[in-house]
Design a protein. Sequence first.
Lengths: 149, 414
Amino acid sequence: MNPNLTISETEKEITEEFALFDSWDDKYEYIIDLGKRLTPLDPIFKKDENRVRGCQSSVWLVADYLDGKIFYKADSDAMIVKGLISMLIRVLSGRTPDEIIEAKLDFIREIGMTTHLAQTRSNGLLNMVKQIKHYALAYKIKDPVPSKN
Amino acid sequence: MNVSLTKPKSLDINVIRLEFPILNREVKGRPLIYLDNAATSQKPRQVIDALTQYYNNYNANIHRGIHTLAEEATAAFELTRDTVKDFIGAGFREEVIFTRGTTEGINLVAYSWGRKNIHAGDEIMISSMEHHSNIVPWQLLCEEKNAVLKVIPINDNGELLLDEYEKMLGDKTKMVSIVHVSNALGTVNPVKQMIARAHAVGAVVMVDGAQSAVHLDIDVVDMDCDFFAFSAHKLYGPTGVGVLYGKKALLESMPPFQGGGEMIKEVRFEKTTFNDLPYKFEAGTPNIADVIAFRSALHFVLSIGKEKIRKHEQDLLEYAQHELEKIPGLQIIGKAKEKVSVISFIIDKAHPQDIGILLDNRGIAVRTGHHCAQPLMDRFCIPGTARVSFAVYNTRFEIDELIKGLKRAVKILS
């Protein structure tokens, strides 16, 4: 993430990047490229307790809490999902629990990726967003007045 | 494999395609290429028209009313039963029971026949290539009755090991429930031979015909199965309709599955007597419109001829297998000698989900995942596959587009 940008500014940035593409093919090629560039998760984190439920592809999500902010790391065995993860991390990682809980994530719709949020069993993006927000909620409850360590 | 490079001239696919309105639509700006027929087939115009005609002209509840609409609706509903009876070669119309689909048919047998006839220590046999619908109902029954579920193994080509099957059969085998055609692999199982072996030890046999009824000639009497279940929606018909065939004597000996209207003869608080077959197993108002429209689907198939359809589909199968195998890193899962037009495959370094999304992006619909056959995927040590499955309206041109789409997907993903 770019710490100088807010969540909505980062979302706007992504939306503008996608506006450059004319075709769906190009959009997906870009997402796959983002997926390839996402730092792979250390295999020790690829265990069941970090798995996000999704029918077709495996997604692992890990969260660290530091100085009142949550930092996410994630990975998947499917490349498009990895690309989508990469965008979610860019928008949401390094934010406070409140910012994450309140994030509307309109950019997903604006870049035309709503199909990946559909209630079909075939994708894990919706569950991933839920899981990211669950972490934020959990840290908010655990640490209601963020302590600076 | 012998690949005939000439297209069979017997069918004019372009004329057939005109009967399927959905094939005119575009997906992501390209003409739809629908290769997910094993999940559900598209519907010809006459099926859609039959639904509209029913609701526009003679919508009524059946078997009870004495008014004209009720009579017309009842007659049309029962006419489908006769057509189904002929379609599967059953001896009696009352052996044809309408259900919601194959899944309900299997559950009906597991519940009604199973709870009466299965006891502690009895064995129920299924295979490694079953759909979850032909696993879970039997697991539930086994748990309840303390019975044992046995699984027939398969080889690497995706064929049942018949020697093992024979060894597994015995006095304790009470039920063999076997898939006729595998939804994930396309394998055609030698059910007739297997049924004879099962009968020799006194077992009852249920055949899951969800994938076979549309591709193969079904003759339940010749096959000698005790139960046969299939779905209308994989056979160009509407969703929400299935058929359970059962031998009359067996069905008569079985208690009802669900209670309610239609299935009773007389209801007193002291005792209820049940209706005759097939109504004993058709509690409540059935799916009248879709049952009636199903007849139009069967007519569609019969008017073209199953043999001609099969020839066309086999041509597509061979052509597609031949072309797919040219893609580097692609591996076909399921190479049985006897197959219907279903091909499952995996590609090195390309997740099936990515393949599915990228093909959809080009208007090509395929199925990806475990195909509701997780134990089968475990057998091949894979999380899932991409699957293409062909129907009468598919063409070699569409397969060429599939291959182009796959090549591009592989290029982007690697």
